[in-house]
Design a protein around this ligand. Structure first.
Ligand code: CP
Length: 306
């Protein structure tokens, strides 16, 4: 694994290896590169979880993090993403973690950069490390993906999390269904059918909610009147109808009272903060795999169990 741009580029075996190694990191396994290794987190879109959990993962692995703030960078003077990335390569950074608003931004970089890229989210396209941490959370709960029913509910059309998860979960044998505003669901979506919200919530093992991605809408959706929660959100009544043992997930950030009743965010079914905790271990495993296997890389394995 020399890069991580989409879930589709990972084999099932590679996904299973990352989940296993993330579990190892959660249980105290440590790994450090033998030589000084520099990384930079190039975030051109807002982020709390992904950016800070990558940084946590990098520090836990002993990597050195070169700071980058898009808001004070030469991007403001018109520098392109490519020239920004090439600059970090030129000064000696060993890997880049990139979030950018443009779908498939990595297409213009992947053949021209000689250092690995880890995609931390591209527009409406992909969010592979979010998907991997979601897979780990589901595996910890159910041990297997085969036959599980996963409902992905909300702004499906604009969600990179929905796409990455639907692709991966379908390949792993889960049954993915979608719900939410029908106009935000593409009927040509081959990864799962659309289901009525009440049926989807009452019959699924995992209820995965999505934020309305206002920043990707041409017209602002009015969520002020509470109508969205009643029509398309996880209300307390709908939660009561969930299957015994079913869990609630959300990639966050959450808009409390919109896609989920605020009181359910930390209820006993919720794994939302567990997902964030798993994010650190998944990102440690992804960084380890990318750095170890990057052709011409300087990294050598130095693994020890606690
Ligand atoms: N889930 C997620 O990507 O959160 P951030 O936008 O805060 O990174």
């Amino acid at each position: 694994m020399k890069k991580l741009l989409t879930m589709n580029e990972l084999t099932i075996t590679e996904i299973e290896k990352i989940l296993q190694e993330a579990e190892g990191f959660a249980n105290g396994t440590s790994w450090n590169p033998k030589q000084q290794t520099m990384v930079a987190n190039l975030f051109f879109e807002p982020s709390t979880r992904t950016k800070s959990s990558f940084e946590m993962a990098e520090r836990k692995l002993g990597l050195e993090v070169i700071p980058f703030d898009a808001g004070t960078s030469s991007v403001l003077k018109g520098e392109t993403l490519y020239d920004t990335a090439k600059t970090f390569e030129s000064i000696g950074v060993n890997a880049l973690i990139i979030r950018h608003e443009q779908d498939n931004y990595f297409d213009e970089l992947k053949e021209k950069l000689n250092i690995p890229i880890i995609n931390a989210g591209d527009g409406c396209g992909n969010h592979p490390t979010q998907s991997l941490l979601d897979l780990l959370t589901i595996k910890q709960e159910f041990n297997s993906f085969t036959g599980l029913k996963i409902a992905i509910i909300g702004d499906v059309m604009h969600s990179r999390v929905a796409k990455s998860n639907a692709e991966a979960l379908t390949r792993l044998g889960a049954n993915v269904v979608f719900s939410g505003p029908p106009e935000w669901f593409d009927r040509n979506n081959s990864l799962g059918r659309y289901e009525d919200i009440d049926q989807a919530i009452a019959t699924s093992d995992v209820v995965m909610l999505l934020r309305i991605q206002h920043e990707r809408h041409n017209e602002k959706y009015n969520q002020a009147n509470g109508d969205y929660l009643a029509r398309f959100g996880l209300t307390k009544q709908r939660e009561k109808n969930m299957k015994p043992g079913a869990i609630i997930m959300h990639p966050a950030p959450i808009n409390r009272g919109v896609e989920i009743d605020s009181d359910l965010v930390e209820c006993s079914r919720s794994r939302i903060f567990k997902q964030m905790q798993n994010g650190v271990f998944i990102r440690m495993a992804v960084l380890k795999n990318v750095l170890e296997q990057f052709e011409g890389g300087i990294i050598h394995e130095n693994c020890h169990q606690k």
